[in-house]
Write a protein that binds this ligand. Structure first.
Ligand code: NAI
Length: 324
């Protein structure tokens, strides 16, 4: 245990990277550990990365020990403790999902190989770039020498959106809402589940007392919130995504609170009937940079069907991604 941590951020010339770096460098992920920061992006973004580096210097962050920037994975993943994969190829109009999966699949194979070769064997990875679950699966399957439980994909933004919608509906504060769950894919098939959550210690369903809302409008709003932000802001979710990256890393590293869980997409082990070998969002508890999937929750028929739908989508993404 040293007082330094080597962190690589990919897609660091992009929007989420720009919003995330200040959170990282003010100790909001790993406390007062000094950070050896590596910023990776494509060669065409070199000048932008240099500009980001200038601003990081100007931030005069006491926690920032060193910076390296570039486009070569094997240099920048060397000895990393944590890799945050924000970089990816965006979906362009008219592009088929399969093409998106193939292009990003190739990126994550290449990065997985580099991670496998040069990163620390206990390196932790968080994939943000979409399609996040399947990109993460390809990364984990490629970086074979690193344990599968070291890989995760981001569904914390969806989790935070769900908490926030419940708090707004209940007219209470965020900290009064606990233990919502996002199951499955970070996509519109995700299932935001309130059945195990509480508001001020009372079951969410009892407290809100509006089944029609909870079973329809609530779920749809969380599933489609990215689109709602995009339409209003004429740009994708960036600030909230960066904040969720911070929350995900913070809780994974420092641990979840007693009696509380959060949502993380992790390598499925058959829990809740989900096939092995998908990156699936589950309720988890964390401590010491490890997670455990929460076991033994009762899943009703409504939820089983929702979980089945998002599982099917992940299976088909996996089939497409691995058929290339
Ligand atoms: P952006 O387009 O501003 O930034 C992406 C960056 O990745 C660009 O600088 C690009 O040059 C870089 N990049 C592309 N290929 C790369 C490669 N092979 N290696 C390294 N860098 C590479 O996009 P933004 O807004 O920062 O979003 C990043 C990703 O996060 C997108 O895929 C987006 O869909 C996803 N996202 C995921 C969320 C989640 O909850 N899981 C929420 C919001 C966004």
């Amino acid at each position: 245990e040293t007082d330094e941590i080597n962190v690589c951020v990919t897609g660091a010339a992009g929007q989420i990277g720009y919003a995330f770096l200040p959170l990282l460098l003010t100790g909001q992920c790993f406390g007062d550990k000094k950070i050896n920061l590596r910023l990776l992006d494509v060669p065409q973004a070199e000048s932008i990365l240099q500009g980001v580096e200038l601003e990081l210097q100007d931030g005069a962050y006491p926690l920032l020990k060193s910076i390296k920037t570039g486009s070569d994975e094997t240099t920048l993943f060397k000895d990393v403790d944590v890799a945050v994969f924000i970089g990816g190829f965006p979906r362009k109009p008219g592009m088929e999902r399969k093409d998106l999966l193939t292009i990003n699949g190739n990126i994550f194979k290449k990065q997985g190989q580099a991670l496998d070769t040069v990163a620390k064997k206990n390196c932790k990875s968080l994939v943000v770039a979409n399609p996040a679950n399947t990109n993460c699966l390809i990364l984990a399957e490629t970086a074979k020498s690193i344990p599968k439980q070291n890989f995760s994909a981001l569904t914390r933004l969806d989790h935070n959106r769900a908490i926030s919608q419940i708090a707004l509906k209940a007219g209470c504060s965020i900290t009064d809402v606990k233990n919502v769950i996002i199951w499955g894919n970070h996509s519109t098939t995700q299932y935001p589940d309130v059945n195990h959550g509480t508001v001020l210690g009372k079951r969410i369903r009892q407290f809100i007392n509006d089944e029609a809302y909870l079973n329809n409008a609530f779920i749809e709003r969380v599933q489609k919130r990215g689109g709602e932000v995009l339409a209003a802001r004429k740009n994708s979710s960036v600030m909230s995504a960066a904040n969720a990256v911070k929350d995900h890393l913070h809780d994974w590293y420092f641990g979840t609170k007693q009696g509380e869980f959060v949502s993380m997409a992790v390598y499925s082990d058959g829990s809740y009937g989900v096939p092995n070998g998908l990156i699936f969002s589950y309720p988890v508890t964390c401590s010491n940079f490890n997670y455990k999937i929460v076991q033994g929750l009762h899943i009703d028929e409504f939820s089983k069907e929702k979980i089945r739908i998002t599982t099917e989508e992940l299976l088909s993404e996996k089939a497409d991604a691995f058929s290339a």
